[in-house]
Write a protein that binds this ligand. Structure first.
Ligand code: CAA
Length: 263
C-alpha cells in the first residue's frame, strides 16, 4: 500500500498537504504568482489522490494569499517556459502523446469526486482558467465575497481540459456555461452563489471558519452512509427514475448488511 505523501515529496510542486484526523488540506503555495498552476502541480495533485490515507473524509483545497489560483502559469507559453518545468504540451508531440499527457494532468482533478471523500474548494479572490476548473473539480465551493470565476481558456485559443466543462454544464446548464466561457467574463461571488457554483458566500475573514463548520457538519454523518449517498447522488443525473430507484434499493441492501455486520 502507498504511504501518504510528506512535505518533501511535494517539494517544488507548489502544494502543501496537511492531514488532521479525517481532514486533508491541500494548499496552493505560490502566492507571489497568484497560485499559478504547472504540470508539476497537477502531477503532485494526482499523487496526493493516489496516496490519500484511508480514513480521510474531507479534502479542503485552498490557496495561499489573495487569489485561489490564476490558472496555468502563463510563462509556459513563452519560449523560456517556467523555470525547472517541462512545457505542458510539447508543440511537436504526436496526438496520442498529447492525449496521454492531458489524461495524466486530469488525474490530478478527477479523484476529488471520489465517493469516500467530500472535497471543498475554499475560494478567495480569483479562480481563473485552471483555477476555476480546480474549484469545479471539488464537490462544494465555499467562497469569500471577493471571489470571482473566469473560464479564460478560449481567450488563449484553447479549451478548458482539466475536467471543468462537465461540472460547469451540470451546475449552470448549457446556455449559461456557453455564455460564460465564450464571453470569457468574470462571474462574481454573489452571482456564482445564485448559479449554484458557490454553496455559500461569506466575508473574507470568515472563510476559514465557514469551511471548518462545514467540515465538522460533514463529519457528523456515518462514513459509510456518506460515501454510499454521495455515490447515489452522483449517479442520479445519468439514470432514469426507475434505474435510480433500483440503485437506491441496491445501495440500501449494502447499507443494511454493513450495519448488521457492525453490530
Ligand atoms: N502565470 C504566471 N504568473 C502570474 C499569473 C499566471 N497565471 N498570474 C499572476 N502572475 C504573476 C504576475 O505576473 C505578477 O508577477 P510580478 O509580481 O513578477 O509582476 C504576480 O503574479 C502578481 O500578479 P498581479 O500583479 O497581476 O496581481 P493582481 O492581484 O493585480 O491580479 C490576476 C491577479 C487577476 C490573477 C492577474 O495576475 C491575471 O490576470 N493573471 C493572469 C490570469 C490568466 O490569464 N491565467 C490563464 C488562465 S487560462 C488557463 O488556466 C489555461 C489552461 O488551463 C490551459
Amino acid at each position: 500500500m502507498e504511504v501518504a505523501l510528506d512535505t518533501e515529496d511535494l517539494a517544488g510542486s507548489g502544494l502543501r498537504l496537511e492531514i488532521d484526523g479525517a481532514v486533508a488540506t491541500i494548499t496552493l503555495i505560490r502566492p507571489e504568482r497568484r497560485n499559478a498552476q504547472t504540470p508539476a502541480m497537477w502531477r503532485a495533485l494526482a499523487r496526493i489522490g493516489d496516496t490519500l490515507p484511508v480514513g480521510i473524509r474531507v479534502v479542503v483545497v485552498r490557496g495561499e494569499g489573495p487569489s485561489f489560483s490564476s490558472g496555468i502559469d502563463l510563462r509556459a507559453f513563452t519560449p523560456e517556459g517556467v523555470p525547472g518545468e517541462d512545457a505542458p504540451l510539447p508543440a511537436d508531440a504526436a496526438p496520442e502523446e498529447i492525449d496521454r499527457t492531458i489524461a495524466g494532468y486530469q488525474r490530478g482533478f478527477t479523484w476529488l469526486r471520489r465517493p469516500a471523500i467530500v472535497s471543498i474548494a475554499a475560494v478567495r479572490g480569483h479562480a481563473i482558467g485552471a483555477g476555476f476548473q480546480l474549484a469545479l473539480a471539488c464537490d462544494l465551493r465555499i467562497v469569500a465575497d471577493d471571489a470571482s470565476f473566469c473560464m479564460k481558456e478560449p481567450a488563449l485559443g484553447l479549451v478548458p481540459d482539466l475536467t471543468g466543462t462537465k461540472p460547469l454544464v451540470d451546475t449552470v446548464g448549457l446556455a449559461r456555461a456557453l455564455e460564460m466561457c465564450l464571453t470569457v467574463r468574470t462571474v462574481p461571488a454573489e452571482e456564482a452563489r445564485e448559479l449554484g457554483i458557490a454553496q455559500a458566500v461569506v466575508p473574507g475573514d470568515e472563510l476559514d471558519d465557514a469551511v471548518r463548520d462545514l467540515t465538522a457538519a460533514l463529519l457528523q454523518v456515518d462514513a459509510g452512509a456518506a460515501a454510499a449517498t454521495k455515490s447515489l447522488l452522483q449517479q442520479a443525473p445519468g439514470n432514469t427514475l426507475d434505474e435510480q430507484a433500483a440503485t437506491e434499493r441496491r445501495a440500501q441492501i449494502d447499507r443494511l448488511r454493513a450495519l448488521g455486520e457492525s453490530r
